[in-house]
Design a protein around this ligand. Structure first.
Ligand code: ADP
Ligand code: ZN
Ligand code: ZN
Length: 720
């Protein structure tokens, strides 16, 4: 039997391909990159194993080049990749691509080290000033280096040649830049008893796998708990993975970690340049960096001495990837900790119902921080009945009056509305025509006070028609988005500094941080914004939050709507009263008697969650059932529907204990010109669902019409 290398390649294939090892190098270890032929191309693949050939030996092609001396992925990461590809039913090569920074996927060397610094040697420092009279470049550089080391990256091409010439004389040398030390004056507050108990509980099991749910109200000092545990892990020589949601990785968070770990903490997120990502990856792989602080994709970083995993705001939906392999970074982080045998801390003020369910069943240990650290107290929540309260354009007078009083007392006020734009609908007052997107089955949103219509799903923009295209009647923007609320409040509170914070204003890199810093510094007195504001920012002057539309999530079609709405309300409420002043939260609703809303306001998130879990159990929805979704889309409506129908039929006979629901059109039936259909699978047991998915995925590839549609599986979907 011919022994071959199993190589994962960047192609939509479930498994690896067979290649002959290069002559004279039969033992290439798993995790090493190789260049291999694929069709007529040459691609970079990763060896994942060895074994007997699966195809006729004379059709095997040899590996063309071996790119690494040492594996770029260790056994733990290879296992993580294999697990994720299997669990999410995603192509192995696509999952592997997640674990390699872009330069490595293109074949770049894997050893970019810390940046180099040029500095003078003792001989260089002693060199006479008059030396090098005939080499002005070298002389100039010599003088520059007398003032201190210079980063190699900061040198021009000519200066780099001069530096090499100085090095040849023995006068200068390049050395790795030293790692910045922690801030020696960093303030470590004495832990509160609850924080101390949480730290002790995790510490007591520091050398083995356990999941700790750290449920702590906003501002209770969860981050301080992470920092202490991370310091202890690093002191023992370990590495720490800290995951944060996309919009929570602010300079503020990074600064707190830098103060404790200096240059041994590296940030990792999609806003970094390719080279920066590779440098962070390499620093962790070599053990030069000890703490990885990053968003979803950081779960794939190499951490050979992983000793602690932290997932902050573990309920945040941004941990779920919504394209390609649809993995959940929190769930993979837990898997990594189990493989490694180290503790994981899931922190949140509003844990996901799945996580609470695991804690109730005793799978996760439940730690609580019930009070705010320092002097701050939690804000009071009150409902405002929009059916009874007199209002001005959607904002109750009571809310406006409360805002006025706070502003008069010199405090800040926040209006929260999870809808950007001016108005969500453009309507003909005569015939009821509504402006819709040509390419999506959704309404267009009015922006710029009526100047432009935009589709929030495909990005299309156009001018609104001057009159109704159907009947010539007058058009009206109906409903309110953040832009309109901004205009209303500017008129109502003339002269009061106001800022709006939503995705439209925070598009450019660094814009969100700047806007948030302005609010924290106290410049704007009124803030209007979306969920971008809900994350852990600290606004000391803020005392009043008005939630303008609590009903949006409560009455939607998505079964996760109430959970998401409650989390947002609690998180945004947590922005109030973080300083010495108590906070107040007014929640506008048309359904103040809604039982879940009542629970939330009267008894808090835990009581809400208990009631919401009871509803999920009764409806056999997660976490009491496991779901997987087949998503199908095609320009041709019949092709999408036909494939979905065939897929549903194929699933029906494949396994016990799995319900097949559908085919059905997706909630947004058409998007960017493509028709979308889906098939939902539901099972009481995860194992039954996985068994069926494995067989189904193979069948789907062979179904007639599979080539005419795009399809993909979404295991544990968050969005339907
Ligand atoms: P969370 O992560 O739960 O929102 P943080 O860790 O950010 O909470 O803490 C909220 C605020 O309380 C921060 O300003 C923090 O510096 C402060 N803080 C945290 N722990 C303590 C403590 N033990 N004593 C005093 N202040 C604390
Ligand atoms: Zn009309
Ligand atoms: Zn559109």
């Amino acid at each position: 039997m011919t022994q071959v290398l199993k190589v994962a390649v960047p192609a939509p294939l479930a498994g690896a391909l067979d290649y002959l090892p290069p002559r004279g190098a039969p033992d290439i270890p798993a995790g090493v990159r190789v260049r291999v032929p694929l069709g007529r191309r040459a691609v970079v693949g990763v060896v994942v194993g060895r074994g007997p050939a699966a195809v006729v030996p004379d059709r095997l092609r040899p590996v063309r080049a071996v790119l690494d001396e040492r594996p770029v992925l260790d056994g733990g990461l290879l296992d993580l990749v294999a697990f994720a590809a299997g669990y999410y039913h995603a192509p192995l090569g696509e999952v592997l691509a997640l674990a390699l920074p872009a330069p490595l996927r293109k074949g770049a060397p894997a050893q970019p080290r810390r940046p180099l610094l040029w500095r003078l040697t003792a001989a260089g420092r002693a060199a006479p000033a008059a030396a090098l009279a005939r080499a002005p470049r070298q002389r100039g550089l010599l003088e520059r280096l007398r003032a201190g080391p210079v980063a190699a990256a900061a040198l021009s091409a000519e200066d780099r040649r001069a530096a090499a010439a100085l090095a040849a004389r023995g006068w200068a040398e390049a050395a790795p830049a030293p790692v910045a030390p922690p801030d020696p004056g960093v303030h470590r507050p004495a832990l509160t008893p609850a924080q101390g108990a949480a730290v002790a509980a995790v510490r007591a099991a520091a050398d083995r796998f356990a999941v700790h749910l750290l449920e702590g109200v906003t501002g209770s000092g969860k981050t301080e708990v992470y920092l202490r545990l991370a310091e202890e892990a690093v002191a023992r020589g370990g590495q720490v993975l800290v995951l944060v949601p996309e919009i929570a990785l602010t300079p503020q968070t990074l600064r707190r970690f830098r103060a404790r770990f200096g240059g041994r903490v590296v940030a990792y997120h999609s806003g970094l340049a390719e080279g920066e990502r590779l440098a962070a990856w390499a620093a962790l792989r070599e053990g030069e960096a000890a703490v990885a602080l990053g968003t979803r994709s950081a779960v794939w970083l190499p951490l050979p001495r992983l000793a602690l995993v932290v997932v902050d705001e573990e309920h945040d939906p941004s941990y779920k990837q919504q394209e390609g392999p649809r993995y959940h970074a929190r769930d993979l982080a837990v898997w990594r900790a189990r493989r490694q045998g180290c503790p994981v801390v899931l922190g949140s003020a509003t844990p996901a119902l799945e996580t609470l369910h695991n804690a109730r069943r005793g799978r996760f240990r439940h730690l609580r921080l019930a009070e705010r650290a320092g002097e701050a107290v939690l804000p009071r929540l009150e409902l405002v009945d929009l059916r009874r309260e007199p209002q001005a354009q959607g904002i109750a007078r009571r809310v406006l009056a409360a805002a006025e009083a706070e502003l008069a007392a010199g405090r800040q006020v926040l209006f929260f509305l999870n809808r950007r734009g001016y108005a969500p609908t453009l309507l003909c007052t005569a015939c009821g025509w509504i402006a819709g997107c040509d390419r999506c089955s959704v309404r267009l949103t009015v922006h710029g006070a009526g100047a432009v219509l935009r589709c929030h799903h495909c990005g299309a923009r156009r001018r609104p028609p001057p009159a109704c295209p159907a009947c010539g009647g007058a058009l009206l923007g109906v409903g309110r988005g953040t832009e309109r609320v901004e205009a209303l409040l500017r008129a109502r509170f003339e002269g009061v500094p106001l800022t709006r914070i939503d995705r439209d204003r925070a598009r450019r890199r660094g814009a969100l941080e700047r806007l948030l810093a302005e609010v924290a510094a106290g410049g704007p007195r009124i803030v209007v914004g979306t969920q971008l504001l809900a994350k852990g920012h600290h606004f000391p002057d803020l005392t009043l939050v008005g939630v303008l539309n609590a009903d949006q999530g409560l009455f939607g079609a998505d079964f996760r709507g109430p959970e998401r709405a409650a989390q947002l309300i609690v998180q945004v409420a947590g922005r109030a009263g973080r300083g010495r002043l108590p906070g107040r939260v007014l929640i506008q609703t048309h359904a103040p008697e809604h039982p879940l809303l009542q629970r939330l306001v009267r008894e808090g998130y835990a009581a809400f969650a208990a009631a919401a879990l009871a509803e999920r159990a009764a409806a056999r929805l997660p976490p009491f059932a496991h779901l997987a979704l087949l998503r199908v889309e095609a320009v041709d409506a019949a092709a999408a529907e036909g494939f979905a129908a065939a897929a549903a039929k194929a699933a029906a006979g494949l396994g016990e204990g799995v319900e097949v629901l559908g085919p059905a059109p997706a909630p947004i039936e058409r998007r960017a010109g493509r028709h979308r259909w889906q098939v939902l699978l539901r099972a009481a047991r995860r194992s039954a669902l996985q068994r069926l998915l494995a067989r189904w995925a193979v069948r789907l590839e062979g179904l007639p019409g599979a080539r005419r549609v795009r399809w993909g599986l979404d295991v544990d979907p968050l969005e339907m």
